[in-house]
Design a binder for this molecule. Sequence first.
Ligand code: SF4
Ligand SMILES: [Zn+2]
Length: 152
Amino acid sequence: MTGARGIPPGTHVTAHAPCWGDFDFAPAEGRCKTGKALMATCKPLLYICHRCPYRAACIRQVRPAQSQFSGICGGRIWLDGAIVEAAPDAHPSELPPPVVRKSCGTRAGSRAHRRAAEQQCPQCEPYYQPGRNPLDDEDQEGAQQCELPYVA
Ligand code: SF4
Ligand SMILES: [Zn+2]
């Protein structure tokens, strides 16, 4: 995601990126009220990230996990800082390098890397498990809201 909106001050942006100036890559706050609405806006655009040479730089600049970003960045769709969809050729090496923590080498360490949307360190790699997709939670909430009350 490059362009004027949603980039922290001091961030380097490039007008050469294929998404330059397209505000649908970072829909304005409040425009997409649900994750599904965000997907409807962003998913048709994800192909633009295909083979973009700036994917790792894009993630480094926007820091989507830390900034709770919603939109497209680095070949991925993010919802409140979590990855909900990735381009088919997205690779973990595009994520920032891992921060080594005391919990490294455990499942908790692996989860901490995942939450920070960074690469897994070698000690945590064996413990890696994909996290829940926030869109699945939305599905469940929707299903619960649609449940009819029991009438005897
Ligand atoms: S990776 Fe996608 S969002 Fe980032 S600069 Fe490239 S086209 Fe834009
Ligand atoms: Zn680790």
